[in-house]
Design a protein around this ligand. Structure first.
Ligand code: B12
Length: 362
């Protein structure tokens, strides 16, 4: 793996055979597919610039900070010639998200966050794959998933893993969009795979109209500031009042633009134990989660993506969802009880929720 030492010499004539073996190696590590492409991000550099210029990234300043790097992997690993892109399904078996989403007393948590943090699942396996390539063929490599600044979907599309749908996610005929992406940067001039072409979305725009907060400015143009995944995960401040009722019971992330997608029916459940739901995160009660104190929250979310908004964000999101639930004296009591100890930001959401409950009282 890249440690700055000069890259080991390689035998170019061996690379086509190596390319053939990469698919099997990737499957052994739990990836459903692998593709290889070059470092040219094409029009995506401009799409990113437009998106940033429109402020659609909100408070995700880290998207601004590394703008150039996102479409130039040689900045992440000097001498990079290829991006090796992989995908891993994450939907658990027997998953029933629509039923949970339809029950205002239950907590809806995005399906990618039910089990172990995917960074902890994908990265070590990508590193093992990179080590194996280097042992077999030399060169230098760097493994990354979501962590490092790279336009993962753009490279995934160019590597033939699928097409970017109108909901801006990478879609595939065998998996819908229910998969996560990871990459290995390589200094080896590996054979390049054919990019995905065409637009299987066609005239369908169910995702655009299904978005509960109308976050899409057009096909493939998401204003993240209006996206409930951004509001419940990335935004560390108050949730805009106009987005609180549409949030419903979605306390972490949002899958609506995936659930309505016709290609979702092709998605296959994962056998990956690390992605199996923990602590009833796939169908828990709002009140049960809300009653957790910080120590319990900390213990139950160890190694989970649910850590990202912090305990304050967890409480804020649950307060809004409880405000959206049908009137229930038990909810009112739980909200009032938390007023004492809550931070000013959370207290404002608790007060909002109590007013929503009061407005529904018989
Ligand atoms: C920032 C970010 C977010 C933000 C913003 C989302 C966004 N669309 O940008 C928020 C917090 C909202 C978010 C939400 C989610 N995310 Co996210 N996110 C990222 C991250 C870190 C960067 C994405 C990025 O580069 N955005 C920049 C903008 C400009 O890109 P874009 O909106 O995707 O637009 C592109 C396309 O539209 C494209 N394009 C193609 N044709 C055309 C045509 C025109 C005219 C235009 C304008 C553009 C265009 O150009 C743009 C640039 O490539 C990536 C990881 C990575 N490093 O890539 C994960 C990633 C995209 N997220 C992921 C996931 C799973 C999610 C959620 C499903 C989680 C959830 N359930 O809550 C939601 C889905 C929301 C959605 N519909 O996108 C996965 C997606 C896997 C897949 N199958 O595609 C990724 C790849 C992480 C991973 N390693 O697996 N995410």
């Amino acid at each position: 793996m890249s440690d700055g030492a000069p890259s080991a010499p390689f035998d170019a004539s061996a690379l086509p055979a190596l390319r053939q073996r990469l698919d099997g190696w990737a499957r052994e590590l739990g990836f459903e597919a692998l593709g290889v492409t070059d470092v040219d991000a094409g029009p995506h550099r401009d799409y990113l610039a437009q998106w940033l210029a429109q402020g659609h990234h909100g408070s995700m300043l880290w998207m601004e900070r590394h703008e150039a790097l996102r479409s130039d992997p040689t900045g992440l690993l000097p001498g990079t010639l290829r991006v090796i892109s992989v995908r891993m399904n994450y939907r658990p078996r027997d998953d029933d998200p629509e039923t949970v989403l339809a029950d205002p007393r239950k907590a809806y948590i995005a399906r990618y966050a039910l089990g172990r943090d995917y960074h902890k699942v994908l990265r070590p396996r990508l590193a093992r794959l990179a080590e194996r390539i280097e042992r077999e063929a030399g060169g230098q490599h760097r493994a990354l998933t979501d962590s490092a600044p790279l336009l993962e979907k753009a490279y995934g599309e160019k590597a033939g893993l699928g097409w970017i749908g109108k909901n801006t996610l990478l879609l595939n005929r065998e998996a819908g969009s229910w998969f996560l992406l990871g990459e290995i940067l390589s200094t080896l001039p590996l054979p390049i795979d054919d990019p995905s072409t065409g637009d299987p979305c066609g005239t369908c725009s169910r995702c655009l109209s299904a978005c509960p907060t109308d976050a899409f400015r057009g096909p493939r143009q998401l204003d993240a500031r209006r996206c409930l995944a951004y509001q419940t995960i990335e935004n560390k401040g108050p949730i805009p009042e106009a987005l609180r009722r549409p949030l419903g019971n979605r306390i972490f992330g949002c899958d609506d633009c995936q659930l309505v997608c016709p290609f979702t029916k092709f998605s296959r459940p994962t056998e990956e134990r690390d992605f199996a739901p923990r602590n009833d995160f796939d169908r828990g009660e709002l009140l049960d989660f809300f009653r957790w104190d910080e120590a319990t929250w900390s213990a139950r979310t160890a190694g989970s993506p649910l850590r990202r908004p912090g305990f304050e964000g967890w409480q804020r999101n649950l307060a809004v969802a409880l405000g959206n639930a049908p009137f229930d004296p038990a909810i009112v009591a739980a909200l009032e009880e938390r007023l004492e100890t809550a931070s000013p930001m959370v207290r404002e959401h608790l007060t909002w929720a109590l007013a929503e409950q009061a407005a529904k009282a018989p």
